[in-house]
Design a binder for this molecule. Structure first.
Ligand code: GLA
Length: 733
């Protein structure tokens, strides 16, 4: 058919107008950043900008949309939530099998709205809909404005008549624009947590993932840094720090696309997890939590720390208890007399609490090793004939609080629980059982098991209301994933990994509803479960079973990028060959505890430990609630140096540790430039934690201006004779 030229001209004129009317720009802002989306002529919502905040919001309309270069779709890589089976050529954020078996999804922009939750917190909700299938996707962006943190999650709603299956259901699909991208991720194993590796990303997809079900951080955590344009640095350059708040299987994909930009898709691992969604039901994904900084990792970390203390970690702005733990001091070999003596040791040391670790429970199969008794949470009558009640009273009489270790998600095959409820255990009946640390995982997808796990904690508190602390452990991964409960309900086994973690959170939710305050430590055979969803329920976490202090400097350093000191439990133990002073000095940079045989300390050591605890208590406001500054990186220097400054900038503490013993390594030959002080205040610097009658080589009489200390710096004089140096920096009143 031949068209009239006039009509053509009209069409050409109208089309851009219509488009201009239809194109919607959505802007999400924090104090320093803008995240901007724009709908294209097909109503696909695309990320056009994520970076430093625009001064003039109206100018967002000029930001060019990376457009398709040809009439295929190969140039559209920046969908806000990439669908699959329709037009997209890239890794999807979502993949659905619809009720009729169709595997295509398209998501078109419908609306966006912003709701203010408080002066500092806003929630933007974006609604996307499939034009063919009755699928709704809502993207949520919760902004914490002052902290420059965004928490992002997604809700998928099935409005079809039948059940659909979610094959992939990411939490977030980010798009970053830069010349180059550097990913820092962490890998390791038991006692080797958080070993960093920074690399330039090249074309293709790099994946961080876990399929372990529980203890999912064993080989790598869902925690990362992306540096834009150049490798990450402490105080300059643009970096994005992120953590997926999900304690189960995760998958985080980093794809450098054909336009040389970065597509980041993070969420629950779709591996063996096709999730059925009934008609009218919604699926809420976990959150990806991220912070973008234009001034390097230091600022990004402080933003994360401030956010976590204020909005995420349980009692994040409160205090923490110093403690004496008996794990490495006794392992399973103790009785009540030994313990009551340890209470006295704890008191003598000056800590707030005694923490009774593994081995206190089970009778038919006593917990004298890690091969029996797990699941049977009654006091072992031989070790503790008078029960926990007696111990708690004795602790109180000694003037110390009492806390206890639990591992309620797990069971030893040699236990009464396993004998009574074999169907509560995750296993494949037709296959041989596989054990991890001689144990199996309970099926938390089963509401009866959830009741049981809640009951374990509830009974303990009901019987012992003075119980002051719980260390919640999770030592095994899931082998032979299979739920007898799901089978009995005629439900798909591919729900299991997700339902397990939801079951866990629901138990923790119930515990917190009834016991909102009691401090709990999140532990998982060391740092096998450290994420910002679990930390809603916990006051602190155990970073690693590796407490050798040199190792620990690096482990704590790496956690410090993402998690605040108040949540990072550092215990002084007998691992390694370092002197007590070094071990205590290292533990002091976070939430301090002890796991040593106090009676093995000589008089000088005991006195040192007592004074160090007093110093710690005095410095807690700066260490636990202050701003952290990493000063000298142990990966590139012979020593590590970092400091904390209280929010009023009157109190600061600087930790310095020698990490190299190479011949003639003069660790700190020049001053270290301090950070975070008030340039106009005067400060006096005093070395603390001096061992025995050792005198400091440093002069504590000079009054330095904050400006001087942050320009010229101060030399802590770290060397082989002074392998750890702690400086208290106080504003002169
Ligand atoms: C795990 C924890 C340790 C200790 C033991 C007890 O390994 O990480 O701290 O509690 O379990 O069995």
């Amino acid at each position: 058919m031949k068209r009239k030229p006039l009509l053509w001209i009209l069409c050409l004129w109208i089309a851009p107008q219509l488009y201009a009317q239809q194109a919607t720009i959505v802007q999400i802002e924090t104090k320093s950043n803008s995240l901007i989306f724009k709908s294209d002529e097909n109503k696909r919502l695309r990320t056009i900008y994520f970076g430093k905040k625009l001064q003039n919001k109206e100018e967002a309309k000029w930001i060019p949309t990376p457009s398709k270069s040809t009439d295929d779709n190969s140039g559209i890589c920046n969908a806000v939530y990439t669908p699959s089976g329709s037009w997209s050529m890239f890794e999807p954020a979502i993949n659905i099998t619809h009720a009729d078996g169709n595997i295509s999804t398209e998501l078109l922009f419908q609306s966006a709205q912003e709701q203010k939750e408080s002066e500092n917190v806003s929630l933007t909700t974006i609604l996307l809909k499939d034009p063919v299938y009755q699928t709704e996707v809502r993207l949520f962006y919760k902004t914490y404005i002052q902290e420059d943190v965004i928490e992002q999650w997604t809700e998928i709603k099935n409005l079809e008549k039948g059940t659909i299956t979610l094959q992939k259901y990411a939490s977030a699909n980010l798009y970053l624009n830069a010349e180059k991208f550097y990913l820092t991720n962490y890998y390791g194993n038991w006692a080797q947590e958080m070993r960093p590796k920074e690399m330039e990303l090249t074309g293709g997809i790099k994946v961080l993932d876990s399929k372990l079900g529980t203890r999912t951080n064993l080989f790598e955590p869902p925690t990362f840094t992306i540096a834009l344009n150049k490798a990450s640095a402490e105080d300059e350059g643009e970096v994005l720090l992120g953590n997926l708040g999900w304690s189960g299987n995760f998958k985080i994909e980093f794809e450098v696309d054909p336009l040389h930009n970065l597509r980041l898709i993070a969420g629950i691992n779709p591996h063996a997890s096709a999730y059925p969604l009934a008609s009218n039901a919604s699926f809420k994904t976990p959150s990806l939590i991220y912070t973008l900084s234009q001034h390097g990792k230091g600022l990004a970390s402080r933003n994360f720390h401030n956010w976590a203390r204020k909005y995420r970690i349980l009692d994040g702005t409160g205090d923490r208890l110093t403690l004496l733990n008996n794990w490495e001091a006794t392992y399973f070999d103790f009785d009540q007399n030994k313990l009551t003596n340890l209470f006295k040791d704890g008191k003598k040391l000056g800590v707030d609490m005694f923490l009774l670790d593994d081995g206190w429970f089970a009778n038919k199969y006593p917990r004298n090793g890690d091969n029996a008794g797990l699941g049977d949470w009654e006091e072992n009558r031989k070790k503790l004939p008078d029960g926990l009640g007696y111990l708690i009273k004795e602790a109180q009489n000694t003037g110390i609080k009492f806390g206890i270790w639990l591992e309620p998600e797990m069971v030893n095959p040699k236990s009464e629980l396993y004998e009574k409820h074999p169907d509560w255990v995750v296993k494949q009946v037709q296959r041989p059982e596989h054990y991890f640390r001689n144990q199996l995982v309970l099926d938390l997808a089963n509401p009866k098991v959830q009741d049981y796990v809640f009951g374990v904690v509830d009974n303990l508190f009901t019987k012992n209301p003075a119980l002051a602390f719980i260390k919640w452990d999770c030592n095994a991964v899931i082998f032979n994933a299979n739920s007898a409960f799901l089978q009995s309900q005629g439900q798909s086994q591919s729900r299991f990994y997700v339902d397990y973690i939801r079951g866990l959170y629901s138990v923790l939710e119930r515990i917190r509803a009834k016991y909102p305050k009691v401090p709990m430590m999140l532990c998982s055979g060391g740092g096998g479960r450290v994420d910002y969803e679990a930390l809603k329920y916990f006051t602190e976490f155990w970073p690693s079973d590796n407490t050798e202090p040199l190792e620990r400097i690096f482990i704590q350093w790496n956690y410090s990028y993402y998690f605040p000191a108040i949540a990072t439990c550092n215990h002084v133990t007998d691992w390694g060959k370092q002197p007590l002073k070094f071990r205590i000095d290292v533990a002091m940079m976070g939430k301090m505890g002890f796991d040593i045989v106090v009676e093995h300390l000589n008089a000088e050591e005991l006195q040192f430990a007592q004074t160090a605890i007093q110093n710690y208590n005095k410095l807690k406001p700066a260490i636990l609630q202050g701003d952290q500054y990493r000063l000298v990186d142990p990966y590139t220097h012979d020593f590590a140096s970092l400091m904390y400054v209280s929010t009023d900038k009157n109190q600061a503490v600087m930790f310095n540790y020698l990490v190299s013993n190479r011949y003639e390594s003069t660790a700190s030959p020049k001053p270290v430039v301090l950070k975070g002080l008030d340039p106009n205040k005067k400060y006096r610097i005093q070395e603390i934690n001096l061992f025995g009658n050792k005198k400091s080589s440093l002069n504590s009489n000079t009054e330095y201006s904050g400006s001087y200390l942050m320009t010229v710096g101060y030399n802590p004089e770290v060397n082989s004779g002074r392998s750890s140096v702690i400086l208290e920096i106080g504003a002169v009143k």
